[in-house]
Design a protein. Structure first.
Length: 332
């Protein structure tokens, strides 16, 4: 697992900001104002062009994470969802030479993608249950499309299975290196890890259960305007995994919230307006929630530059231990 270079902070982010300004110039926007929005897997910037008054979103990729073919594959699914499934996704804006994935030269060349700016806001926190029903319906429409879609030649994206997330690959790092990993936490989470590995193996990877998903479809990645279906953004993690992983990802960082049982039921109601979900799959929902939660323990340990990682820290590991005990004893 390669270290996350954007977590290095100051000097690296200053160079990435320079990369973003260069990308804007290469897109024919020499006078644009480039403002950092956030840092997670990548650095995301708002680009405002004073000449036209237009706004766009620029994603500067971290080093060594996605290949150019993988980024192009992401953009292919975004376009297919927009054209074939009625899911509003941001269009990639090509550079003047026609490139949708722009490699900005430098000592460490980086891939950049410019997206159209979509209107809307993240659904408010005071409507968690209602918005999860909407989220479930949108997710099901994406799953329905993915099951029938013929991927273009050369399509390649990550898998989010056990080995990639927690096993030999540990794409976001080892959970054992997460913050606050005391001996007691190690023991509890090791039991959880073994249980997850066994259950996921039994669950299997039948095509009806496993396929192309968003993999980070939280409310934060929905934009609502109040007049029509929401837009879905941030497909950087999209790849192959269990369809139920999208529900687990929707609950990222809030798995302990007292409304989670109601949120799950709302998500399922929305999902079932489009697709069915067999009861034996529904019975494993918490397996996927804990799978994602343990992966996020690792993510926090390797993404110290992300605001939410710094905010949650060791407390998230402690909360994971409490949830793990409940899951392992069947009381969650």
């Amino acid at each position: 697992m390669q270290a996350h270079d954007l977590s290095a902070g100051g000097d690296v982010l200053a160079r990435v900001h320079d990369t973003a300004r260069t990308a804007a110039r290469l897109h024919g926007l020499p006078d644009a104002e480039v403002t950092l929005i956030n840092v997670s897997e990548n650095a995301t910037f708002r680009v405002d062009d004073p000449a036209t008054g237009t706004r766009s979103i620029l994603r500067v990729h971290r080093l060594g994470y996605h290949s150019v073919p993988a980024i192009r594959s992401e953009l292919a699914w975004l376009e297919a969802l927009r054209q074939e499934a009625g899911v509003r996704t941001p269009r990639a804006i090509p550079a003047p030479d026609g490139s949708r994935v722009l490699t900005v030269p430098g000592e460490l060349p980086r891939e950049c993608v410019m997206f159209e700016f979509l209107p809307g806001t993240e659904p408010p926190e005071d409507r968690l249950v209602e918005d999860f029903e909407l989220l479930g319906e949108v997710t099901a429409r994406m799953h329905r499309h993915a099951r029938a879609w013929r991927e273009p030649a050369g399509f390649t994206r990550f898998h989010w299975d056990y080995e990639a997330a927690l096993g030999t690959e540990s794409r976001w790092g080892r959970w054992q290196d997460g913050p606050g990993m005391e001996p007691g936490a190690l023991a509890v989470l090791d039991r959880l890890d073994k249980e997850l590995r066994e259950r996921l193996h039994r669950f299997g990877r039948d095509p009806g259960r496993y396929g192309l998903i968003h993999a980070d479809l939280r409310l934060a990645n929905l934009l609502t305007t109040g007049d029509g279906p929401p837009s879905v953004i941030d497909f950087d993690d999209c790849g192959f995994s269990w369809y139920l992983y999208d529900l687990a990802a929707a609950l990222s960082f809030i798995e302990h919230h007292p409304l989670v049982p109601e949120m799950i039921e709302a998500w399922l109601r929305g999902y079932r307006t489009v697709l069915g979900l067999p009861s034996e799959e529904e019975a494993e929902i918490w397996t996927f929630i804990m799978f994602r939660r343990l992966l996020l323990v690792a993510w926090i340990g390797t993404h110290t530059g992300a605001d939410i990682a710094a905010e949650l820290g060791a407390g998230y590991t402690l909360g994971t231990c409490e949830l793990a005990e409940r899951y392992l004893t069947g009381t969650v």
